[in-house]
Design a protein around this ligand. Structure first.
Ligand code: NAP
Length: 279
């Protein structure tokens, strides 16, 4: 791919950064749309992250994605943030507008778009959701489900203090459930989300019997390596709709691409296959 001195430049900052799939996603779209642009990985040491983000306009960059462990420090470096970034106090997409840093958090948008794609008839307000995890990804999903009108959100985490802090911060309808009660907590759910790292390659499997889960419930595992986790396989085998984590990763990237480079890019099978090869 070639680009000129007038190329629009964006990228992704993290530490480490070599695991990030964002360069593959954005450069796939740049090629498809024949845009004079570049999207590069930036290895930014945590001690220099704040200064690095403040330097984005000075370097003439269009903006940046932010990944672990910088999402919270990026939030503190912004001139302005969107509703979701404000709620989560975490930023994953930075856009430079008239020299100022605008921060957004698009993780829930990615989650919700891929859920709608897999199950267009699903609505947040038709029943309780159960979310496993209380880390960064779980926080984004819980906040988004709350905004979308979920009547009850049961949040289950190995470390109870973390889930209690989340419930205190976000308020009703979030209800902490002990980790030991996770199987029975599924009995009324219309959505089950695994937002822990359990089931990911190199991590222990998620031990969660599904006997109490209604068959109409959608099961969503945000882990995407492997794509078909044992949780999703078990859900499919008993007739539940199962959604893998790749769609969230791809859809969360759309807003940044559109804001930096122009077109609203498509998430399609060709992109999925291209990114899957790199996993
Ligand atoms: P995080 O902030 O580090 O949170 C990790 C979560 O997993 C915590 O709730 C943690 O519980 C739980 N956990 C870890 N090991 C556990 C164990 N042995 N037993 C029980 N619970 C355990 O990570 P994150 O950023 O939220 O990411 C979580 C997962 O989502 C990762 O696999 C990540 O790759 C994936 N993810 C996917 C997308 C996507 O686009 N599809 C986006 C973001 C993240 P404690 O609080 O008890 O430690």
């Amino acid at each position: 791919m070639t680009f000129t001195g007038g190329a629009v430049v964006a990228g992704v900052a993290g530490w480490p950064i070599n695991h990030s799939k964002s360069p593959q996603i954005h450069n796939f779209w740049l090629r498809k749309h024949e845009i004079d642009g570049v999207y590069a990985p930036f290895a930014v040491h945590p001690e220099r992250a704040y200064d690095a983000f403040r330097s984005i306009p000075l370097l003439g960059l269009a903006g940046m994605n932010v990944t672990l462990p910088h999402k919270e420090i990026a939030y503190t470096a912004m001139d302005k943030v969107d509703h979701m970034a404000q709620r989560l106090k975490a930023v994953n997409t930075i856009v430079v507008r008239r020299g100022k840093l605008h921060g957004a958090n698009t993780d829930f948008f990615g989650f919700f778009e891929s859920l709608r794609e897999a199950c267009p008839s699903w609505h947040a307000n038709t029943g309780p959701a159960v979310v496993l995890g209380a880390g960064g990804a779980a926080r984004a999903i819980v906040a988004g489900l709350q905004d979308a009108g979920a009547p009850e959100i049961f949040v289950i985490n190995r470390t109870p203090q973390r889930v209690e802090a989340l419930a205190d911060e976000f308020g009703p309808p979030i209800r902490p459930v002990p980790w030991e009660s996770r199987a029975v907590a599924l009995s009324d759910a219309n959505l089950l989300v695994n937002a822990t790292s359990l089931g990911m390659r190199g991590q222990p499997p998620l031990d969660l019997p599904l006997y109490a889960l209604p068959q109409f419930a959608v099961v969503y595992d945000i882990v995407y390596v492997p794509l078909e986790t044992p949780l999703l396989a078990a859900a499919r085998a008993r007739g539940n709709v199962a959604v893998d984590g790749l769609g969230m990763l791809l859809h969360q990237a759309r807003q940044g691409f559109r804001d930096w480079f122009g077109p609203d890019p498509e998430v399609n099978d060709a992109l999925r296959a291209y990114v899957l090869e790199a996993l």
